[in-house]
Design a protein around this ligand. Structure first.
Ligand code: PAF
Length: 277
């Protein structure tokens, strides 16, 4: 495995290579990321992983400076997974000049975008830059960041990028909590409580599978249940999987998305719901 930190060296290493499968990350890798790497391996002969904590996607009061940076441990894990190249650019390397936001993704101000202004513009911009540098035939993103996956798919389609965007299933702890680098911000009590977000999604999904169609009421109920236990809820929303818009009557492929804070830790999660015809 080679660890490369400059664009020029990476381009040199990948020159003439076809079959590149790419996993962009911000590091602090957990089993969820490693699962994406395994999926990438099935989609390309050369697996490239990037590790870059992208300042452009963090708001002024967010956790950019305290985001965990664990490069040595990350590289060990990636080596064990058989990754070919790890790209670890510095901020100066990736953004040699003050970086303009390059794209205006659909739904950039909806759902998480409403609470993190500029976040998806920052994500789409860095992902496009990384795609231009790595030139993968496939790229894998976790479904845990469902809206991010949607945004990347939309931008890639709108710009006719020759890259297949693949969604990897969310990996969960035994109690259901979705694995996330931000889970480590939780206190012991917070970590125990955190599973309630997943339980709330699960019971909302069960109600939908039982035939409840008043989604606004289910959303309200979920918000109330979380709030009653001390969560500050950004949103719970039932949306159509394909568009992330409010589902039309009779829509069957749905997803429940949620974002809520426990103390200072903001957690997101989602569950797909496929209703029978
Ligand atoms: O999901 C992430 O870790 C980041 O948003 C990504 C896709 C690597 C872009 O910085």
């Amino acid at each position: 495995m080679q660890v490369i930190s400059t664009v020029a060296e990476l381009r040199q290493r990948l020159r003439g290579k076809t079959g590149i499968a790419f996993v962009p990350t911000m590091g602090n890798l957990h089993e969820g990321h490693l699962d994406l790497v395994r999926i990438a391996r099935q989609h390309g002969a050369c697996v490239v992983v990037s590790i870059f904590v992208n300042p452009l996607q963090f708001g002024a009061n967010e956790d950019f400076s305290k985001y965990p940076r664990t490069l040595a441990q990350d590289c060990e894990k990636l080596e064990q997974c058989g990754v070919d190249v790890v790209f670890t650019p510095t901020e100066r390397e990736l953004y040699p000049q003050p970086q303009q936001v390059m794209v205006e993704p659909l739904l950039a101000d909806e759902l998480c975008g409403a609470f993190r202004p500029g976040h998806f513009r920052g994500v789409a911009t860095v992902v496009l830059k990384l795609f231009n540098i790595v030139q993968p035939q496939a790229a894998v993103f976790g479904k845990k960041d469902y809206q991010q996956l949607y945004v990347v798919r939309q931008v890639a389609a709108q710009l006719n990028l020759p890259v297949e965007i693949i969604g990897g299933e969310t990996v969960r702890a035994p109690d259901g909590l979705a694995l996330s680098s931000r889970n480590q911000y939780l206190s012991a009590a917070g970590r125990t409580e955190a599973t309630f977000l997943y339980q709330t999604l699960t019971s909302t999904r069960q109600a939908m599978l039982n035939g409840v169609t008043d989604y606004a009421k289910l959303e309200r109920r979920a918000v109330e249940a979380l709030t009653a236990r001390g969560w500050q809820v950004d949103y719970v929303a039932v949306r159509a999987q394909a568009t992330l818009l409010q589902p039309e009557n009779g829509a069957r492929d749905l997803v429940i998305l949620a974002a809520a804070r426990l103390g200072n830790t903001r957690l997101i999660d989602n569950l797909e719901v496929c209703l029978k015809g």
